[in-house]
Design a protein around this ligand. Structure first.
Ligand code: FBP
Length: 553
């Protein structure tokens, strides 16, 4: 083992704060009705796809009477998709709760994500192993992956391995796609007559796996705190050197929750919100105008510097580019192996161009070659464009620079434009979890174990009242199917968990819209500093500003 940093060692001693109800000797459940998301026609398809899972109630744990089974359970756990801070604590909470219920229970960790279950690759997680990972970031305890368990052969192999290992339950720690997969697995096992309980845990730094039951996905709090520290430092650098505009792209795939939270934390001059771009049907050139106008207004005050936040998924929300991407997705899905065999770069670009509609072909041709190439790269196993690989920040710099030159000719801009580009994404996924994520994740793992002990298959762990003290948090679960709708993926209609995008009528966006014009001209940035693990709770334990705005005024 490598020598550890003092913080690493100190974090082992941290004892996560958890809901008081976990210490009740006997827990019962209270059932509350749920319905899948609209529209009605999607509900019909979901009823058919999930005949045994559709329509189950949401549940919350309450003090109760009656005892749970005391048998020893064998539970498997999978970490799925991109890492998010706190995954190790989910495993620690699950492990501790299982052992508390019956010390003979076993936790098996499948290696490298869902493929570990398909291939039967696992390790038994012992206290010696788990203790090495408590309160640390990363998913390296067992590794993660993005494989989807969906073909009949994959399902069959999963079933065989679960039987061979005598699994009573499986916990899938993942985002929207991985939890969709968990629901499919749960239904499959019911149809096979196998008593395996499948439970999901809401993970993703993107913050887009939430609703009235799931108030936050884990990892969002830590990731946004890491990015906000970096952005705050850049704001101060910009105001010190007074010579650069910083274009900062932030991870988050489709939703702009990360961009919005970091904007609250740092008050940049411009923060683009993809959901607004789509709602207002803004074109690429209109977005560039917003940026150029802000730059010109600040230049008029003699301030040729500033900070612009660009959400990773922006490009997919610009209506004309969205239509282009949808066409490219279908072309790639239809061409299959023929497309995969083409050399990346020119050959793929030419193939795509020759299959696009005239309007999309025209737009495609106007994009810089680097962006064309990035749009043609492979989709992830769930059919998503890999937006983290598209250099939107560079596209915006190039187009803004051209626009400012035009404005200079007409006299609308008098200033000097110099820039730096940044992309923050991977930096924030594996930090030591903030106290909030450490507490939340440990509680989610514990909650997942309670769902298992109650044999609630097809549920995702859901803990509410997250802006309160952890002792008052309200643990429970909701059926994963209640989060689903039908989407067009890989050229087919598929049931998937509906991504929770920013609600433009919601409190966080409205709060932002009310102040952004002031931020555009101001150089009084907010500097949040780094995550603090020790000190006054107001500094160490504060949940995200987004969550606070959502739950309070
Ligand atoms: P999950 O949805 O799996 O949590 O992943 C989130 C994310 O970090 C996105 O923000 C980003 O677009 C993507 O993963 C990057 O994926 P990869 O790690 O495969 O490069």
């Amino acid at each position: 083992m490598l020598e550890q940093s003092p913080l690493h060692t100190a974090r082992y001693a941290y004892v996560p704060k958890v809901p008081e109800i976990f210490f009740e000797p006997v827990l019962n459940i209270k059932a509350l009705p749920t319905e899948a998301v609209e529209p009605e026609k999607d509900r019909e398809t979901l009823r058919k796809t999930f005949p045994n899972s559709y329509g189950k109630p949401a549940i919350k744990f309450i003090r109760g009477e009656g005892a749970l089974e005391e048998k020893a359970f064998t539970v498997g756990v999978i970490l799925s998709g991109g890492p998010a801070a706190g995954g190790h604590n989910v495993i620690a909470g699950l492990f501790d709760a299982l052992k508390k219920a019956n010390p003979q229970s076993k936790l098996l960790g499948f290696k490298g994500g869902p493929s570990g279950l398909i291939d039967g690759k696992y390790i038994e997680l012992t206290s010696e192993i788990v203790d090495q990972y408590r309160n640390t970031g990363g998913f390296d305890i067992i590794g993660s992956g993005r494989t989807k368990i969906e073909t009949p052969e994959q399902l069959e192999r999963t079933f065989d391995n679960a039987k061979r290992l005598n699994l009573d339950a499986l916990v899938v720690i993942g985002g929207d796609d991985s939890n969709t997969n968990a629901a499919l697995l749960s239904e499959y096992f019911i149809q096979k007559g196998a008593p395996l309980t499948v439970v999901g845990v809401p993970k993703t730094i993107d913050g887009d796996l939430k609703n009235e039951w799931i108030e936050a996905s884990f990892g969002f709090d830590t990731a946004t705190k890491v990015y906000s520290e970096l952005i705050g430092n850049i704001c101060r650098d910009a105001a010190s050197g007074r010579k650069y505009w910083h274009f900062i792209k932030l991870m988050g795939r489709s939703a702009s929750h990360i961009a919005l939270e970091c904007a609250f934390q740092t008050r940049p001059n411009v923060a683009l919100i993809s959901e607004e771009v789509e709602a207002r049907q803004m074109s690429l050139s209109q977005i560039v105008e917003i940026i150029a106008d802000a730059i010109a207004a600040r230049a008029a005050k003699g301030e040729n510097f500033g900070v612009i936040i660009v959400p990773e998924g922006l490009i997919e929300f610009i209506p004309e580019i969205k239509a282009l991407i949808a066409q490219i997705n279908d072309i790639i899905a239809v061409a299959g192996a023929k497309y995969e065999a083409l050399a990346k770069g020119e050959a793929q670009r030419a193939f795509i161009l020759s299959h696009l509609s005239p309007e999309s072909a025209q737009l495609f041709s106007t994009l810089p070659e680097s962006i064309q190439t990035q749009l043609c790269w492979d989709r992830d196993p769930h059919g998503n464009v890999q937006v983290s690989r598209i250099e939107t920040e560079k596209l915006l710099v190039e187009m803004t620079s051209r626009k400012l030159q035009e404005m200079a000719v007409s006299g609308a801009y008098k200033g000097k434009f110099d820039y730096q580009t940044h992309f923050f994404g991977y930096e924030g996924r594996c930090a030591f979890p903030s106290n909030f994520d450490a507490d939340y994740c440990y509680s989610l793992g514990y909650d997942a174990c309670l769902l298992i002990l109650h044999r609630l298959t097809g549920y995702i762990a859901a803990i509410r009242n997250l802006t309160g003290h952890p002792k008052d948090w309200l643990p429970g679960g909701i059926p994963i199917v209640s989060l689903m709708n039908i989407e067009h993926r890989h050229g087919k209609e598929k049931p998937v968990i509906k991504k929770a995008l920013i609600d433009l009528d919601g409190k966080p966006f409205k709060a932002f819209a009310a102040v952004r014009d002031k931020w555009a001209l101001s150089s009084e940035y907010r500097i949040p500093g780094g995550i603090q693990y020790f000190g006054p709770p107001a500094i160490t334990d504060a949940p995200s500003i987004t969550l606070q705005l959502e739950q309070h005024s």
